[in-house]
Design a binder for this molecule. Sequence first.
Ligand code: SF4
Length: 311
Amino acid sequence: MKKRFYLETYGCQMNLSDSELMAGILTRHGYQLAESKDDADVIIVNTCAVREHAEKRVLGHLADLLRYKRENPDVVLGVCGCMAQHLREKIIQYAPYVDFVIGPDGYRELPEAISRVIEGHTFLNLKLDKKEDYADIEPHRQEGVRAWLTIMRGCDKMCAFCIVPFVRGRERSIPMKTLIAEVQKLAQEGFREVVLLGQTVNSYRDGEHDFSDLLIAITEVDGIERIRFTSPYPTDITDKMIDTMASSEKICKQIHLPLQSGSTKILQAMRRRYTAEEYLKLVEKMQKKCPIWRLALISSSDSAVKRRRIF
Ligand code: SF4
């Protein structure tokens, strides 16, 4: 009988997309998605480390899973994602009943981790791998009209307050050819909207091609009607990108543009690469080009603390 896995996801859209990736890896290895943890042979908690509150919630949830593990000792319990990378010692100390811990660059090893645990071992893979982009892995997506597509991983910006470069590693982009083939396949499967994901999504680069070139290429895919992306970094918004967005009907006129602070002094302390004045000028420029643009100025995401059910 096929082994069944249950995935619990905390955090941002990148993490939701990573859960689809993990589900893709496991289904390709013969595992089946379980409806609930009560039906599962393997429980995976995909964690977030962006906020302390999120970490506390995950640790609290792991304490609940201890009770479950006591009642179901054969269930394999794994912790993956950013918090696994960041808090490995804490997890090992507070939740020694966790069978495997895997960071964001180690998901390929999920099937091996589960096999090793079944053989009686624990498993740990927290190596960051600058080359890992999972470009060849087909995610197991939720059904619907909207598909998330990770186009780049990691971040090189090194903001003073942020842990992402240390838990998700340095920036790397997935080849444009691979992404376009994936979008064509999504269109054939009936998806009508793609949401491009990346920690600083518009830093995307593949050789000579930048984020605008990727946007243009995706607008040319028949069947795809709407394109969105998150999260852009303000100084990586070029005139070419604004023109591309303004001129294509397929690219939604909505952008979440992280501001972080309205004070230049604080922005400098945060090691953001723009001043408050430059940010406002950028907004003005975008709105001039396209007056119907809806801008949501965000300082942080509440999504980081939520536990989500995606399957
Ligand atoms: S750009 Fe975003 S992901 Fe990168 S370090 Fe700054 S806050 Fe973190």
